[in-house]
Write a protein that binds this ligand. Structure first.
Ligand code: DGY
Length: 430
């Protein structure tokens, strides 16, 4: 019943709204997460544009002096989450984590700015431009090394795709022998079979402790950190966001920023080629310490269209992977290649479908004329919500929900993208 789903989605956003910022879901994630908040703003914008602006503005209140926008903002202490602010010991204007997350913000700000008819909303969105530019500069200062050109993550949590098999091999070099004993809290709220393993967590905490021991010195983390991987998802999202930020710079008539951003775009386009793995004929993440490709195709690999990269030959090769994967999965797009032995249909980013990634994929596909792919992914996503509800993620074969329930960004995807009214608005706008 679409009407009820619209209402339910709005109720989820309101229930998770903690006053200017939204938590992803109660219990499992009780704070403000970076890319969750930004994508959730798209949902708020369908019924309260001012509230959508506030979601992004509150995230940027936690921006560091050097431009970093942290992956978690701890506005109040919640002992139910680990690792909390006392473990991170980071943040400037307020307690935060010490790492970042995929920079979808410029793309969403551009979207909210271009769709709004309200001049006050437009002004608020354009006012974020200097902050967005500072964040992109931060990436190019610390995370886009010369000769690589792709965006490097220094912790799997930065990718937002926490336990993707792409991180297994690079993280195996992380020494976990000195990790301070800890108690996981996530398993009180979610099924262990749907969460990262104990070994994953030991490595996550070892990497947090490494960063904390440097005093969150990002120069040191970028040059000496134990985990440095050029992430296909982060790179494609940053590249797309840089193009959208350039559009905002153009609107502002800021030719200097436009030139600077064009330089970033050129670098990241080269970075996409750094990520191209000839042996499997696909974009995939790559360890910058060893130069080793992960060799894994993930949903992030298909973000090439969203980022606007790929020669005709590269796109034809990606198309063969799409055909293979879409023939074997009931619901597209699994987060990990279903033909790989590490595929796990219920375990977080090792198989389940995530609707926020699907949203970006569908956008990229329709902009690239890959209409059948866009249609497939849109219809599958819509059916997942209709049949199973607003889960964190979904099993790509059974469609059943995985992880947390009443999830903010899944509700936002319904409102902004999947409900029939949203589709109609998009068709009219294009
Ligand atoms: C978690 O706690 O599982 C988060 O994904 C970290 O960002």
């Amino acid at each position: 019943m679409p009407d009820n789903l619209d209402q339910k989605a709005r109720e989820i956003l309101r229930a998770n709204d903690k006053g200017g910022f939204t938590i992803p879901t109660a219990g499992l994630y009780p704070y403000q997460w970076n890319w969750d908040s930004v994508l959730v703003a798209l949902g708020f914008a369908t019924f309260d544009e001012a509230r959508a602006c506030a979601e992004i503005e509150t995230l940027f209140e936690a921006q560091w002096e050097d431009g970093l926008v942290p992956h978690i903002v701890f506005r109040r202490n919640d002992p139910d989450y680990f690792p909390g602010p006392d473990v991170w010991q980071a943040g400037e204007s307020m307690p935060t984590s010490g790492i970042t997350q995929p920079p979808v913000a410029a793309t969403v700000v551009h979207e909210l700015w271009s769709r709004s008819d309200d001049s006050a909303i437009k002004v608020r969105m354009l006012a974020l431009f200097p902050k967005l530019l500072a964040w992109h500069r931060w990436f190019h200062r610390y995370r886009v090394p010369d000769g690589v050109g792709a965006a490097v993550i220094t912790h799997p949590w930065e990718s937002g795709r926490d336990n993707s098999p792409e991180w297994d091999h690079p993280a195996s070099a992380v020494d976990v022998s000195g990790v301070t004993p800890y108690e996981r809290r996530d398993l009180q709220h979610a099924d262990a079979a749907m969460r990262p393993t104990k070994l994953d967590y030991d490595r996550y905490i070892a990497m947090v402790e490494f960063g904390r021991n440097t005093g969150w010195d990002h120069e040191a983390i970028a040059t000496r950190g134990p985990f440095r991987v050029a992430d296909v998802g982060m790179t494609m999202i940053l590249l797309r966001a840089s193009r959208d930020l350039m559009r905002l710079a153009e609107e502002l008539g800021d030719t200097e920023a436009m030139a600077e951003l064009q330089g970033y775009v050129n670098q990241l386009e080269q970075g996409a080629d750094y990520l191209w793995d000839d042996s499997i004929q696909a974009y995939c993440s790559r360890d910058v310490i060893t130069g080793r490709h992960s060799g894994y195709i993930t949903s992030g690999s298909f973000l090439f269209a969203y980022a606007g990269v790929g020669s005709a030959t590269q796109r034809a090769a990606m198309s063969r992977h799409w055909d293979r994967i879409s023939a074997s999965c009931r619901y597209m797009c699994p987060s990990h290649d279903p033909d790989d032995v590490l595929f796990d249909a219920d375990r977080y980013w090792r198989g389940p479908v995530w609707l926020v990634v699907n949203y970006m994929l569908a956008r990229g596909f329709s902009e690239s004329g890959l209409d059948d792919w866009a249609r497939r992914i849109t219809e599958d996503s819509r059916e997942l919500i209709r049949e199973h509800g607003f889960y964190e993620a979904f099993n790509p074969q059974a469609g059943t929900g995985t992880g947390g329930e009443e999830f903010s960004w899944t509700a936002a995807m319904w409102l902004a993208w999947l409900r029939p009214a949203a589709e109609k608005a998009r068709e009219l706008a294009s």
